[in-house]
Design a protein around this ligand. Sequence first.
Ligand SMILES: O=C(O)C1=C[C@@H](OP(=O)(O)O)[C@@H](O)[C@H](O)C1
Ligand SMILES: C=C(OP(=O)(O)O)C(=O)O
Length: 437
Amino acid sequence: MTASSTWQARPGTPLRGTIRVPGDKSISHRAMMLGALADGVTRVSGFLEGEDTLATAAAFRAMGVRIEDDGPGRKIVHGAGIDGLRAPAAPIDCGNAGTGMRLLAGLLAGQRFDSTLTGDASLTRRPMRRVTEPLARMGARIETAEGGRPPLRIFGGQSLAGVDHDLPVASAQVKSALLLAGLYAQGETTVREPHPTRDYTERMLAALGWPIEFSPGFARLSGGHRLTATDIAVPSDFSSAAFFLVAASLVPGSDLTLEGVGMNPRRTGLLDALRLMGAWIEVRNAREEGGEPVADLRVTHAPLHGAIIPEALVPDMIDEFPVLFVAAAAVSGVTTVSGAAELRVKESDRIAVMANGLRAMGARIDETPDGAVIHGGATLGGASVDAHDDHRIAMSFVVAGQIASAPVTLRGCATVATSFPGFFGLANRAGMGLAVA
Ligand SMILES: O=C(O)C1=C[C@@H](OP(=O)(O)O)[C@@H](O)[C@H](O)C1
Ligand SMILES: C=C(OP(=O)(O)O)C(=O)O
């Protein structure tokens, strides 16, 4: 039973056995979007049935796309073709999903009809100028609320022109929004990034037959082509696996295997960071599935220590910092995180919220504008912590509870279902101590 949004985490048993976490959120959003724009029928397997990606599916249903549910994680998307979307009758609610809203902003900027994108309280606080400004340079017309925040009112019928964009921040969401607008633009759209980010949009466009050139930190395409439906197998989400990798590393006696985890190098920075801290994680049975690298990860308890996290790893582990903070607070030595100011504009200010919660448990952390210095080694005690309706914060404190000397009471856990439905049950089955408070 997970209906209550207040949870209590406390030490369970060592984490053991073999588990599989749900499908990748980033790939699921894109599979729905590109499947909807393709000619033909796209069968998606491993689709994340989380609130974020189901909101994206609902958006396309509202624009006339037929999407069949074909069992858990299986969707049959009857593509409407690149120009086949219909005006939605009401504003599109992206829920909690920054990815959904930003990618849709690019895609909808190129339609003939007007649309409005809204979201929940957390999404409504997040910055959207990072997409609306470069889209305006392509000729898009988008109105925002005060301070560049959602809702976004997108005026259709504009003629877009390809532009060469140099992104000021490394963001796969911004890159993807511009590439999706580029599908509808005259001429070439080029995106250059200050540091390479996840390339799922590029890979999937190529897989569906859209001519595109891309390499780490660079992507270029031109408008005027068509997408051809193809089946898409979504691997397990590395970001969901991350909570188990850290928990099993920290809890003595653990020996856990995570099956079929997506290993795109733009996602696995936490593996490098944990290894720098002394973790024992074995990559087994490395293979390719649906055009993505996939592997089974075996993690055993290890004596971790602090480390300086290289800034070059930041985009490759951007969503894993909350749980990395937990590892850093629990082990000996100092861990330094820098170059991660983006964490302040996620579902919550993840630097401040993690620092406050871990301090309440007895950790010593100095916040910096773009990271933190975490002095490990303190005994973590029980505390009452607010997850600020941020799924990654909630799951990170569940991990912290596994090594705390008294229970951690966590408010605001309902949003865990945005990225990891079934976390509560799977965490319990793997050995974590987690109950409804
Ligand atoms: O493109 C994506 O699917 C995502 C990109 C990242 O955001 P930014 O592009 O804002 O870094 C990440 O934090 C988010 O969870 C998913
Ligand atoms: C930042 C995240 O997602 P989004 O930006 O899509 O809300 C996340 O899942 O941690």
